[in-house]
Design a protein around this ligand. Sequence first.
Ligand SMILES: Cc1cc2nc3c(=O)[nH]c(=O)nc-3n(C[C@H](O)[C@H](O)[C@H](O)COP(=O)(O)OP(=O)(O)OC[C@H]3O[C@@H](n4cnc5c(N)ncnc54)[C@H](O)[C@@H]3O)c2cc1C
Length: 551
Amino acid sequence: MGAMPRPCDPEHVLNQSPPYVDVDLYGSDQPLRDAVAANGGGEHATVLAEFGCHWGTAEMFDLAREANENPPKLRRFDPRGFRLDIVEFHPAYHHFMAQSISVGLHASTWRSDAGPAAPPAQVLRAARFYMAAQIETGHLCPITMTRAALAALAVEPGLATKLGPAILSREYDRRFMPWWKKTGITLGMGMTEKQGGTDVRTNTTRAQREGDAYAITGDKWFMSAPMCDAFLVLAQAPGGLTCFLMPRFRPEGAVNSLRFVRLKDKLGNRSNASSEVEFAGASAWRVGEEGRGVRTIINMVQLTRLDCAIASTAIMRMALAQALHHARHRSVFQRLLVEQPLMRGVLADMAIEVEAATALVMRLARSFDLAAGDAREEARARLLTPAVKYWVCKTAPALVYEAMECLGGNGYVEENPLPRLYREAPVNAIWEGSGNVMCLDVLRALASEPALMSAVLDAVGRETQGLPGASATAMFIQEAFSGKEPEAKARLAVGQLALLAAAAALRECAPAVAEIFARTRLHEPHGGMLGTSKLGSDEARVLLDRALPVG
Ligand SMILES: Cc1cc2nc3c(=O)[nH]c(=O)nc-3n(C[C@H](O)[C@H](O)[C@H](O)COP(=O)(O)OP(=O)(O)OC[C@H]3O[C@@H](n4cnc5c(N)ncnc54)[C@H](O)[C@@H]3O)c2cc1C
């Protein structure tokens, strides 16, 4: 007689979904493939598929878990009391950094002379960034800051030329040593102080001229990725708030005076370190004119905001994929979850949101691609970046929560990626300008160049003409922005603008989905909760098949 099977033996584990690993993140994502093709990247399917297969391996999923279960540690002093001010990361974090840098997620949108790379560089990078962010988002903080920093450095061509080659390098060099001795470098950013992150004009950090450079004294309340090789920081110079580049090592080779106070104990984003830091007369170079700090650094922030929206879309995509995969394998009352009408409605409604966000961020990346030679596209990028960040980043937490619920109790348990995605989701709405700040930024953009911005609104209106609810939405937006007290209506109007832009973007990638999206988001009253859209059974089937092939 053989031994009785024990409860933990595989044959006793019934009705559990297999792990969602070893997936082709590109090939299995029809909305992404359509959005890439519609925005100029269709010829690059092979390299994107290679990237998607590699990042979707079980090994990458597991490394992401490790990087987040083993957060970075601050080492302020050595055993003899000498200052160290270094942060140690888990090898899995370094692995992700090396992988992302090797394909240029930190720099591929720049040419070797630090000018913008030719289209579709933004779209291709956005697609890769989107796939990488589905697996591990923490390490993408220094990656996104590095690629965006070059936009700020552009006002100081001497600095851009000096640091450009090390920034553009495809080698990740984690060694703590002067940047000019390294094979590749990364850049961070320090703006936020205790008394104000949005209102950086209240910065109290001071800058005093010292020969060709400045000595910076003060502190920053948040400065992420503190092992970057240099940081763009804001400080008050005699001529007003100014942008500076502060290297970790002084030009003569000594460690610069950055004193890390502690690392933030964060809700999510655990693999990444976010420090509180003091500058004790730290040496820095001026970037742009004195008094033009905000104007200089805003060029960087436009790009990091785009990445926030891409990363939030990616988080939603992974949550949806996990939920749909589970629902296709899990039976309740002798019927697969995916076939239960209520669950099917929830999954299909989530799929609409993810399709829309994917189309929207890829269309926005195309505007960045075309901005250099097309004033309309430049204006579109300027106006829609804060609107897209606002809507996408605010949509993500609710969607991830709903995906978690689709997995039942398993969704709430840490061995599963859902809790990490859930903790990660809110941060993209908070940093790089929080929700209200994005709405105010849309109003600022409209006021700064009314004719160009109005042309963008007209274009979005034309692109959505004939879609259910589109013309009424376009009219509402125009009235809200041009009426009295636009600030009071800005959340509603900016949200509607993002929805209309999403309908326009979807129409280029998947016209049938654009119809469903417009009908359920612009035309019919939406119950506010996922699973409340009125969808026909054919529509739900199309949406779910597009979201993830069966198998
Ligand atoms: C994990 C993490 C990492 C970070 N890393 C960095 C970093 O590397 N570098 C860096 O510089 N900063 C960093 N930050 C800081 C972040 O950018 C700020 O927290 C953010 O910009 C908001 O600033 P604040 O915290 O001072 O909030 P406040 O500026 O006080 O804003 C609080 C709230 O008020 C709202 N608000 C502000 N102005 C208005 C208004 N006029 N009308 C209506 N509402 C308004 C905001 O939308 C927000 O919701 C990080 C933050 C986090 C959470």
